[in-house]
Write a protein that binds this ligand. Structure first.
Ligand SMILES: [Zn+2]
Length: 67
């Protein structure tokens, strides 16, 4: 039983850490080109394009997407 609890706690911790890591990304819209939005993450410098007005959800910087 203790082992099951430990696994559950570890799983929740991993989820929290993953959320915190992506939440640290702060996307700023640089430009609108042909209906596509260009974004830049001021936290890690990643750049991305989206078809919608909403910013990307995930950080695209190298080293942040491992795992
Ligand atoms: Zn980022």
């Amino acid at each position: 039983m203790i082992i099951v609890l430990g696994v559950l706690v570890a799983f929740v911790l991993v989820l929290l850490l993953a959320n915190r890591r992506t939440r640290a990304c702060r996307w700023r819209r640089r430009a609108l080109v042909n209906g596509r939005a260009e974004w830049r993450c001021v936290a890690c410098g990643a750049e991305a394009q989206t078809d919608s007005p909403a910013p990307p959800r995930d950080c695209l910087a190298p080293g942040q997407t491992r795992g």
